[in-house]
Every structure is written in structure tokens, then in C-alpha cells.
Design a protein around this ligand. Structure first.
Ligand code: SF4
Length: 462
């Protein structure tokens, strides 16, 4: 997918390791795909907390000396794409505050649907906010709590908030992980030798040679301190709402999310897509990179040959300067280029993982036609996206999503494909779920159905 939904955030933590800051840096490096606007690490030596944040990529933000200044054996880190609050260094995380509970740092992945309302109430009561991030509300509520322990204060704060959150807190002595009662966003727990580690995705554990133990459960608080792991359920049980888009698009295919390999899910999405929307084709081409696993699944199921017929330039920055004289399909061409020899005269099946506004898909279809394709058939490995996300994924507004106002036939006409097929909702659930276990029937799929598991202000749905 090139006309993207923006990724959300990646969070990481390690406790009791001699090279905590460097391990956190590597963890964030593996989670870079979840956010590229800013990143940061807070570490502690048991007395003080040290913070370094910056704008841009993880590899640009941290240097040898900045990592050396992050002292101590425990560290948490965050990589961010803004889903609430503007893009600025003020909103970079981890957030670090001193309050009645002592020094406290926080990393948040997700989005709080009632943050604005709570923030207004707090401001009226005299609170002063330093950022426009929804995450800061959590710290204000903790700071106001009269509870004796940090765990109780966190629980009291979170009981006043709704929405999606996977959180890692850091104090001088402890690292505390919490996942919201519905478990929208993933959070995994593992071990690096004797040091407990936490990460949004298991691919971060692979890089540091840590062993995945389990996911932090929905509604679970996991308190990690020297030699101790304490688990408690802090909310009454509600039905789970794991974000299915983590499997369809966001997470790395080499991660295990919600009890299942993301690669396996994407492969099955492609297989079921081929079963539901068969087509006579000569070659299956993925729209790289996120469409690759589904395209392989489609190819295996249909028996149509798979080829990398669109080559992606991985080094495109955020902006580029256009030439004065127009180049055909410039915006797409800077990222993708067709291999003419694989396309010329062929009936091409293009596999992608979504159509957002339709403009990019239209350009890609045109590019493949211009490369000499006899026919272009588009296949999408999920249902049409019809509604925005309020739980931590940055989506266009409802009216900008082509699926919200156009039928499949109209979208097909708009993108100028010979045929268009979307995977059914049932097929998507079947591909991403674990039969008889965690997953199937426990997903949020609101951006495909408009059926939102947690209420949000109506005015937001425009
Ligand atoms: S609305 Fe879509 S992107 Fe947002 S949490 Fe639900 S499934 Fe995920």
C-alpha cells in the first residue's frame, strides 16, 4: 500500500540489563515501521531518570554519546507517528514528569477516545499541559491520585479513560506494562537472559536475541522489578477487540501478533482472496512491500506465477522536489517502477492490502497498463475500508475513503481495472484468527464495518 494509513507507535522496555539504553535503541530500530516522526528513550539508574528524544528516524536521533548519557540498567523507548496531537518534539515520547508518585516516564501506543474531554476538565481545574498528546492526560490523572502505590494510581487514572492503550511506565525501581481491557494494540513480554523485556512486536525480540514468553493480556497490569514479575487483572472482563489491521497491514510479517504469525495471516488472506475472486491471469504481482505475502498466497492458491514486477525504491524520503516538466505518474514512479519484461502482453493480477482514496491505485493500474499489460485485475486482501479508526491508527476522514461512498463496481471503474475483488469480512477473520483460540471473533474490524467497539464523540465521524 502506498497511499498509506499511517502507522501508530512502537513501544519497548528492558529491565536489569547492563546495556539497557543500547538494547532499547535496537528494540526501537526493529519497531521503526510503526512510527517515523520522533523517537525517544528514558533510562534509570535507580536514582535519576534520563531522557533523550528527537525528531526523525531512530538511527538519526541517537548517537554513541546520547546513548552513554542514558545511564542505568533499565530503559523504555518509543517511536512515534502522531495519531493524536501535532507532530512536534513536544509530543515526542517517553514523557517524563516528577509528581507526587516520584519521577515517572510513560510510553503509549494507541488513542484515548475521551482524552479531550478529560483534558478540558483538568484544565478547568488548573492543570497545565505541556503537549497536545492524548497520553499526557494519563500522567495528569496519576499525579492527582491520592492512592498510596503507583500501581493503584495508574489503575485509578485508567478507569477514567476509554479507548486503546498499550503502555509502559518507568519509575526508579519498576517497569509497569498495561494493556487496555479490549487489547486493541499488541504488547509482548519476553526475556533477554534474566532481564524482562516488553515490545509492541516480537520482531524486536528477535533482533536482541530475547525469548518471547507471552503477550501482556487485555486488561492486565504487569509489574516488573528486580527479580519479580507480578501480574494483575485491573479491569473487569469485556470482549476483546484486537486490531485486525495489525495483521492485514501494520505489523511486520516476521512478528507474532495476537497469538499468530503475521506472515501466515497475510498468506492466508491471499489464498482466501484467490478462492473468493478467481481470475484468469498470467502473472501475480504484489504492490510492495506490504502486499507481498498476500500475493504469494494468491499465487500458490491460484497456480498463477508470482513475480516481483513492481520494484520499490526504499530510499524515498518524506518529500521530494518535482521537476518543472511533468513526468508521467511522477508521484508513484518515485516509489515504484514496473519491470516491463514481466508485464508486457500479460494478464496481470495486482495484489494489494487496501485501497484508501483510490488515487494511488489508479496511478498504479495506469503504470502497469503503460508497461504493456493486456489486462489488469486488482485484488485486495481485505474488505473495503469504509470508516476511520479512532483507536490509534491515522486514517483519512470517512468522506476521503473511497470505500465509504463508492460500490466495488464504481471503484473498479475509477481505478480503471478490468476487474476488482476484495476479500470478504468473513474471509479476513478466518485468515487472521486462531481456530478455536485467541483471535477469531475477537477482533476490532470497525474500519471495515463501521461497528465501533468503544464509543467516541459523534462529531469526529465526518
Ligand atoms: S478501526 Fe480498524 S485500524 Fe482501528 S483498531 Fe479497529 S481494525 Fe484497527
Amino acid at each position: 500500500m502506498l497511499d498509506k494509513f499511517r502507522e501508530e507507535c512502537g513501544i519497548f522496555g528492558v529491565l536489569g540489563h547492563q546495556e539497557a539504553a543500547r538494547i532499547a535503541y535496537l528494540g526501537l530500530y526493529a519497531l521503526q515501521h510503526r512510527g517515523q516522526e520522533s523517537a525517544g528513550i528514558v533510562s534509570t539508574d535507580g536514582h535519576d531518570l534520563y531522557r533523550h528524544t528527537g525528531m526523525g528516524y531512530v538511527a538519526e536521533i541517537f548517537t554513541q554519546s546520547s546513548l552513554e548519557n542514558l545511564k542505568g540498567v533499565t530503559a523504555i523507548g518509543h517511536t512515534r507517528y502522531s495519531t493524536a496531537g501535532e507532530s512536534s518534539i513536544k509530543n515526542a515520547q517517553p514523557i517524563l514528569v516528577s509528581c507526587s508518585q516520584g519521577d515517572l516516564a510513560l510510553c503509549h501506543n494507541g488513542n484515548l477516545v475521551n482524552a479531550l474531554q478529560v483534558r478540558r476538565e483538568l484544565e478547568q481545574a488548573g492543570s497545565i499541559f505541556q503537549s497536545s498528546s492524548d497520553s499526557e492526560v494519563i500522567l495528569h490523572l496519576i499525579a492527582r491520585s491520592q492512592k498510596a502505590s503507583i500501581e493503584e494510581a495508574i489503575t485509578e487514572a485508567l478507569l477514567q479513560l476509554n479507548g486503546a492503550y498499550s503502555l509502559i511506565f518507568l519509575t526508579q525501581e519498576k517497569m509497569i506494562a498495561v494493556r487496555d481491557p479490549r487489547g486493541f494494540r499488541p504488547l509482548s513480554f519476553g526475556w533477554l537472559n534474566d532481564s524482562p523485556v516488553l515490545a509492541s512486536e516480537t520482531c524486536a525480540f528477535d533482533l536482541i536475541d530475547a525469548e518471547f514468553e507471552r503477550e501482556v493480556g487485555p486488561g492486565e497490569m504487569l509489574t516488573l522489578s528486580k527479580g519479580k514479575v507480578k501480574s494483575q487483572k485491573i479491569f473487569s472482563s469485556v470482549s476483546e477487540s484486537f486490531c485486525i489491521f495489525e495483521h492485514v497491514y501494520f505489523s511486520r510479517p516476521d512478528s507474532q501478533i495476537f497469538g499468530k504469525s503475521v506472515y501466515e495471516s497475510r498468506h492466508l488472506l491471499g489464498r482466501y482472496l484467490a478462492q473468493e475472486h478467481p481470475v484468469d491471469g498470467d502473472v501475480v504481482l504484489p504492490v510492495p512491500d506490504s502486499g507481498v505475502a498476500a500475493a504469494i498466497g494468491f499465487s500458490r492458491e491460484s497456480g498463477i506465477q508470482f513475480e516481483f514486477g513492481l520494484i520499490r525504491n526504499h530510499y524515498v524520503g518524506r518529500t521530494f522536489i518535482e521537476p518543472k516538466h511533468a513526468i508521467r505518474h511522477f508521484g508513484v514512479k518515485i516509489k515504484l517502477n514496473p519491470v516491463v519484461e514481466l508485464i508486457q502482453g500479460k494478464r496481470v493480477v495486482l495484489v494489494d492490502d487496501s485501497i484508501v482514496r483510490g488515487t494511488t491505485s489508479r496511478k498504479i493500474v495506469k503504470m502497469v497498463r503503460d508497461a504493456g499489460a493486456a489486462e489488469v485485475h486488482m485484488r485486495i486482501s481485505c474488505p473495503p475500508t469504509i470508516s476511520p479508526c479512532f483507536y490509534g491508527v491515522d486514517t483519512p476522514t470517512k468522506k476521503e475513503l473511497i470505500g465509504s461512498s463508492h460500490s466495488v463496481a464504481e471503484i473498479c471503474k475509477y481505478i480503471d481495472a478490468d476487474s476488482l475483488g476484495y476479500l470478504s469480512h468473513e474471509g479476513m477473520l478466518r485468515a487472521c484468527g486462531v481456530p478455536g483460540g485467541q483471535g477469531q471473533g475477537h477482533f476490532c474490524s470497525a474500519c471495515y464495518t463501521g461497528d465501533y467497539p468503544v464509543k467516541f464523540p459523534e462529531a469526529a465521524l465526518v
